[in-house]
Design a protein around this ligand. Structure first.
Ligand code: BES
Ligand code: ZN
Ligand code: ZN
Length: 491
């Protein structure tokens, strides 16, 4: 998708043909009425909205003709309590409802720059569509090509650039994740990030299978062994002179997860092209942070392999050796994300960063516990609070889950240092977190582990239910904005 032309204008002037004007509807008492809007509403002010079937419930939409061949998009504001987060979602829902409009003008009430920025961000997120594989049913070109927000609170040029860079990063992540696994495999995902890094100031280094073996990455190699398309480890490093801190990001990059020999049932395999979301997200987040020139060093580690079934696949009960020297008994080859991440967390720890954050579609259990809109957050040290604050500022939903030490007994192995899973164990999301925690190295001084946060995005990486707010179907690009907000918090 090409990026649209953005305009912020202080007031409404005139209606233009074929342009959609987004205005709010609210309930006052039991009546549905038009919300305050900078857009001229006299032609619809006298209509009985209820009789027409207009609803004010959050994000419900209704179209009415406007003067000069324009159209109004009425959008429900729910209880009418608007803030940056609700405006981001409402603007996103409006942009999604107007897939055919070339120009969209937002006439929603804003009460400050932050709200104007959130509105614009939501509109840009909501207009995303994935059309690369449409053959005969191509998406119309130039959809939402011009976005105008009427607001007397004009964001600075730098703020507008920031929103554009971030939303382009989210879209680039969505594009990588939505692409099917016959096109996105370890080598092509690594190459895609290398290409995307050009001109950003970040450097990219790629480990091929030979170098992975030489450097002791037994987790990534063990998972990738069953595929004819060998695994890769990618480091994206952004190291500004002014760096105030160093954060390491580690992403699960399983380009397809069949489960391996512990094979998934057919229905559970659908959607497993999304299993590389963590890697795409951390790679793109590092590039966004580089483009924004934030004064923080970011090293993203993309742990990429394809988990397939063949005569060379890792078997249940095989023992593999992770980069940090620990051995793992592979009880279940479908618990492969933690194996590639173990290598990633180990190498990330070697540089002694101030914080490590991993992002992974790790467990189906996370969706069982949290539903479809919350990302599971676990960690230790400053990790949890720092990520909670970053998620709060981006408007993305996370929920803090515990890492109960008693559950570790489920990961005891008779012959290796640790097992990767146990059949029938409770607390699958927490066990995933507990396993990963074993691979976080120590701080430069003392015996404490490096601060760490684990984001289980299995519930949120992909939306296969109804669209809502700025979230359409398919890849969501979730947590990229939170990672950027995290980097910004070190300013
Ligand atoms: N990629 C899956 C997790 C997943 C499931 C993500 C559904 C998105 C939607 C992961 O590799 C996996 O298979 N996890 C197992 C862990 C178990 C074997 C310990 C699971 O969730 O069942
Ligand atoms: Zn799996
Ligand atoms: Zn997986």
């Amino acid at each position: 998708m090409t990026s649209p032309k953005l305009n912020i204008v202080p007031r409404f002037t005139t209606f233009s043909k074929a342009t959609a004007y987004v205005v709010g509807v609210k309930t006052s008492g039991s009546k549905v009425s038009l919300a305050d809007s900078p857009v001229e509403l006299s032609s619809i002010a006298q209509l009985d909205l209820e009789t027409l079937g207009v609803k004010a419930t959050s994000e419900s939409t209704f179209r009415l003709p406007a003067p000069n061949g324009a159209v109004y998009l009425l959008i429900g504001l729910g209880d009418g309590k608007l803030n940056a987060h609700t405006l981001r979602e409402i603007a996103g829902a409006a942009a999604r409802a107007l897939p055919d409009a070339k120009e969209v003008v937002f006439g929603l009430p804003t009460s400050g720059k932050e709200e104007t920025e959130a509105l614009l961000e939501g509109a840009l997120l909501g207009r995303y569509q994935f059309g690369s594989y449409k053959g005969l049913n191509k998406l119309p070109a130039n959809v939402n090509a011009k976005l105008t927000v009427i607001s007397s609170f004009k964001p600075s040029a730098a703020a507008l650039t920031r929103i554009e860079v971030i939303t382009e990063g989210v879209a680039a992540t969505q594009d990588l994740v939505n692409a099917p696994a016959n096109d996105i495999y370890p080598q092509s995902l690594a190459a895609a990030i290398q290409k995307a890094a050009r001109g950003t100031g970040a450097t990219v280094e790629i480990w091929d299978e030979k170098r992975l073996a030489a450097d002791g990455f037994g987790g990534i190699l063990g998972v990738g062994k069953g595929s004819s398309r060998p695994p890769r480890l990618v480091r994206v490093d952004y190291k500004p002179k002014s760096a105030k801190a160093h954060i390491a990001l580690v992403g699960k990059g399983i380009t397809f997860d069949s489960g391996g020999l512990s094979i998934k049932p057919a229905a559970s395999m659908v959607g497993m092209k999304y299993d590389m979301t963590g890697a795409a997200t951390v790679g793109q987040a590092a590039l966004v942070i580089a483009r924004l020139g934030l004064p923080i060093r970011v090293t993203a580690w993309m742990c990429i392999a394809e988990n397939l079934v063949s005569g060379t696949s890792t078997r249940p009960s095989d023992v593999i050796k992770i980069r940090n020297g620990k051995t793992v008994e592979v009880i279940n080859t479908d618990a492969e994300g933690r194996l590639v991440l173990a290598d990633g967390l180990s190498i990330a720890s070697e540089a002694k960063p101030d914080l490590i954050v991993d992002v992974a579609t790790l467990t189906g259990a996370a969706s069982v516990a949290l539903g479809n809109r919350y990302t599971g957050l676990m960690g230790h040290g400053k990790g949890v609070d720092t990520l909670k604050a970053a998620a709060e500022s981006s408007g993305e939903l996370v929920w803090h889950m515990p890492l109960p030490a008693d559950l570790k007994a489920s990961l005891k192995s008779d012959i290796a240092d640790i097992a990767n899973a146990k059949f029938g164990a409770n607390g699958g999301m927490l066990l995933g977190g507990l396993f990963l925690q074993e691979f976080i190295g120590k701080k430069a001084k003392g015996d404490e582990q490096i601060d760490w946060a684990h984001l289980d995005i299995a519930p949120t990486a992909n939306n296969d239910l109804s669209p809502w707010g700025y979230t359409g179907k398919g890849a969501t690009g979730v947590m990229l904005r939170t990672l950027v907000a995290l980097a910004e918090s070190y300013r």
